[in-house]
Design a protein around this ligand. Structure first.
Ligand SMILES: NC(=O)c1ccc[n+]([C@@H]2O[C@H](COP(=O)([O-])OP(=O)(O)OC[C@H]3O[C@@H](n4cnc5c(N)ncnc54)[C@H](O)[C@@H]3O)[C@@H](O)[C@H]2O)c1
Length: 422
């Protein structure tokens, strides 16, 4: 309405007047478009996010990273999948612990007139504003990281600004990928392999244990999941940036993986997604051999299970995570994404000496999660869990709070009854 008026006026008024009217209209529009944003959760997916809450949780991560400096860290970092979860934490640590200019790639939904944007959209805005204020260069691209168009844009951005990058973090969790070579679109599925899988899981919203059944994946589904979540696109990124001459000598690249306990094995590590992670881990070897020629390295880091948008939709995982949180918190060893990534930079990648890896060459940040005493307590809890003792055995509040916090809700100091501009 205001914009319609503005169009009509601009046709008759001189230039200076037009600008004033346009600004007034924009301010009035923002004011009118304010709304109260509340969590809307469907099937473990929260479809709303709170801009102020997201900003708070980005600032909290920045404060933690600032308090944990990294000596001799990366000079220029590209994070692919930089807007939430492990990728966001990686970007924050590269920028605020190591002081590196950062490039971020993500696929997020901006806020619209009557609809909230996605958490990653608000996180990125908060990160960029903070980085700008703190004098740290930050460039972001919202687009499909699997496409060559986005790879091209990123290479061009790097060429025009820092000239090269010396760290690339690959932290995508995506449901679908179109192969730029063939134009074929692949979808990833989370299914067991060989036979069907029955298990108990948690509905975090109703806080009840529910039965879960999943039929096994077909060969085609396994292949599709590997196409989306395996290492093919990671390798393509590195080759693409190498050909464009924007990789510094000694470039380090990382992708994130997960192993987990036997309890989640059938649906995760021995399932379709596990096949993709196997492929990702094999690809690390291929990229490592490529980068070593110019003094670089490629690693997979096996991280801890944490509540993110990606993990919340994996069946059985919410139950496992809520018990894991209970056990790790009781032992004083619980960590969030930012703690994990600070440890990755300070105690693994940029510590003095060789980078510690397991017998498969992987960095292990799941060391505390997989500690025998932690896993023994979890196995014991899993044996005896029921609706009656769920509240005592699992950290249901902790799970739910982490899930809401991921979307900017339930954060101290945020007035959720106030109108905000989406
Ligand atoms: N969450 C866990 O418990 C856990 C544990 C260990 C390893 N990991 C691994 O860490 C990686 C990141 O997972 P997360 O849990 O942080 O996920 P997440 O959902 O929080 O983040 C995924 C990121 O990928 C981006 N993205 C998705 N599709 C995209 C596309 N087509 N183009 C550009 N960007 C796109 C999103 O915008 C977001 O920035 C994954 O490989 C995951 O398997 C996760």
């Amino acid at each position: 309405m205001l914009y319609l008026n503005h169009e009509r006026v601009t046709a008759r008024k001189p230039a200076r007047c037009i600008r004033r009217i346009r600004l007034t209209a924009r301010f009035a529009g923002e004011y009118l478009n304010r709304m109260i944003i509340t969590p809307m959760v469907r099937n473990n997916i929260c479809v709303t996010a709170h801009p102020v809450g997201c900003e708070h949780q980005v600032h909290a991560q920045i404060a933690y990273a600032k308090g944990h400096p990294v000596e001799n860290g990366p000079k220029n970092t590209l994070v692919i999948g930089s807007s939430t979860g492990y990728g966001l934490a990686s970007r924050i640590v590269a920028a605020y612990s190591a002081g590196a200019p950062t490039f971020g790639v993500f696929f997020e939904r901006p806020g619209a007139e009557k609809r909230s944007g996605s958490a990653g959209w608000y996180n990125n805005r908060a990160f960029e504003n903070a980085a700008r204020r703190d004098g740290l260069a930050a460039f972001s691209i919202n687009g499909d990281a699997f496409s060559d168009t986005v790879k091209d844009e990123v290479a061009e951005l790097i060429r025009k600004s820092s000239k090269t990058v010396d760290m690339i973090v690959y932290s995508l969790a995506a449901p679908v990928r179109t192969d730029p070579e063939t134009g074929i679109t692949y979808r990833s599925v989370i299914k067991p392999i060989g036979s069907s899988f029955n298990a108990r899981t948690l509905d975090p919203e109703t806080r009840q244990i529910i039965d879960f059944h999943q039929d096994p994946a077909t060969e085609e589904e396994i292949e599709s999941t590997v196409k989306v979540m395996g290492g093919e696109d990671w390798q393509r990124w590195i080759e693409f940036l190498g050909k464009r001459g924007v990789l510094a000598p000694g470039t380090v690249t990382l992708a994130y993986s997960y192993i987990g306990p036997p309890f989640t094995g059938r649906i995760y590590r021995q399932g379709t997604i596990g096949m993709a992670k196997d492929h990702l881990e094999r690809t690390a070897g291929v990229i490592d051999a490529m980068l070593k020629r110019s003094g670089g390295r490629a690693f997979v880091s096996v991280n801890k299970a944490l509540v993110t948008r990606a993990s919340a939709v994996i069946p059985v995982v919410p139950l496992y995570i809520s018990i894991l949180y209970k056990v790790m918190k009781s032992k004083g060893i619980h960590e969030d994404c930012i703690h994990q990534i600070v440890r990755l930079f300070r105690e693994r990648l940029y510590a003095n000496g060789d980078i510690p890896v397991d017998e498969e060459g992987r960095i292990r940040l799941d060391d505390l999660e997989m500690r025998p005493d932690v896993q023994a307590e979890i196995a014991d809890s899993m044996e005896k869990i029921s609706d009656d003792n769920l509240q005592d055995i699992a950290d249901l509040d902790g799970y739910w709070k982490a899930f809401l916090r991921f979307h900017g809700f339930g954060i101290d100091g945020v007035d959720y009854s106030a109108d905000v501009a989406p």
